[in-house]
Design a protein around this ligand. Structure first.
Ligand SMILES: Nc1ncnc2c1ncn2[C@@H]1O[C@H](COP(=O)(O)OP(=O)(O)OP(=O)(O)O)[C@@H](O)[C@H]1O
Ligand SMILES: [Mg+2]
Length: 280
């Protein structure tokens, strides 16, 4: 798809289609949708930040909320070397000395009235964030130096960024922080929700395996480990595969323990059911 702005043709990205559904923690969904809504014509939407440990469901929540609004979703992965033009418009040589201007997923969302997820925004430098400053306040536009155009956001455009609370992050300056509000903190889900999330992601798994993994995660959360739902999904998925190729009778427990060890390392086994010291 193409859009023309001030005589410059921009080639747009395609929206992302993910088969995900958000399970549990409805309050977080409500907060994100509230940040995006406008209560009157005079109001403007906010651009929230989803913060939490790796694998707790930040990207999933952002995507699921965007789909709940019925909008197209454009995911943009931020990295250490994301440059301003990567966020906005990049020139691509089209042959015979001609340039084609390609809009980023974020700019495509701006033009089509979609929702942009700027994933892992904490990995991106201040310089790149600075190019988004006017977009994140009531001006709602960006300026592409490369294409020489000012691009205004459609009124339905929304943005959310996700950030890990680990150390591989840039400290963002205050003027950026203050534009990425509110901050929505995602914590580990409750035990019954965690089980439902595992079921949602592994609908073919036996209950016993999912119970075991949920129990493992609960122990690890209680000990303040960083093991996440994603780790749980990986453990269960791998254990199911191992079990299906097993030869001996003790296959299930062995499969689960091996899956824990090969996903998180040997030290994680201390939270596995059999190895726990039960105190009364
Ligand atoms: N509430 C939930 N409902 C459904 N699935 C979930 C939920 N929370 C987590 N998941 C599942 O857990 C996995 C990890 O989630 P996700 O990728 O969203 O985490 P993340 O916080 O974005 O991680 P990272 O920081 O590594 O990007 C996904 O497979 C996702 O489907
Ligand atoms: Mg993510």
């Amino acid at each position: 798809m193409k859009v023309e702005i001030d005589g410059v043709t921009l080639h747009l990205a395609h929206p992302d289609e993910l088969p995900v559904r958000w399970v549990g923690q409805e309050e977080l969904m409500r907060q994100l949708l509230a940040a995006w809504m406008v209560v009157t014509d005079l109001d403007i939407p906010m651009s929230p930040r989803l913060i939490g440990k790796p694998g707790v469901g930040k990207t999933t929540l952002a995507y699921a909320a965007a789909r709940r609004m019925g909008r197209d979703v454009f995911i943009m992965q931020a990295t250490l070397d994301t440059r301003p033009e990567d966020l906005l418009v990049t020139p691509v040589i089209e042959g015979a000395g001609r340039l084609r201007y390609v809009a980023s997923p974020l700019v495509s969302a701006m033009l089509l009235g979609g929702i942009a997820i700027l994933d892992e925004g904490n990995r991106m430098s201040e310089k790149s964030w600075a190019s988004l400053a006017p977009l994140l306040d009531n001006r709602r536009y960006v300026e592409s130096v490369v294409a020489g155009v000012k691009i205004r956001a459609h009124k339905n455009f929304r943005l959310v960024t996700t950030m890990n609370d680990d150390s591989s992050t840039f400290e963002l300056p205050e003027y950026i922080h203050s534009r990425l509000q509110p901050q929505i903190l995602i914590d580990f889900p409750e035990k019954d929700e965690e089980l439902r999330i595992l079921k949602e992601n592994l609908p073919f798994a036996e209950d016993r395996i999912l119970q075991y993994v949920t129990d493992f995660l609960e122990q690890a959360h209680a000990a303040d480990e960083r093991y996440s739902v994603r780790d749980g999904i990986n453990i269960a998925r791998y254990a199911i595969k191992l079990k299906s190729l097993a030869t001996d009778r003790e296959h299930e427990r062995k499969a689960l323990e091996l899956a824990i060890e090969q996903t998180l390392g040997e030290e994680a086994l201390r939270y596995a059911r059999r190895n726990r010291i039960v105190t009364t």
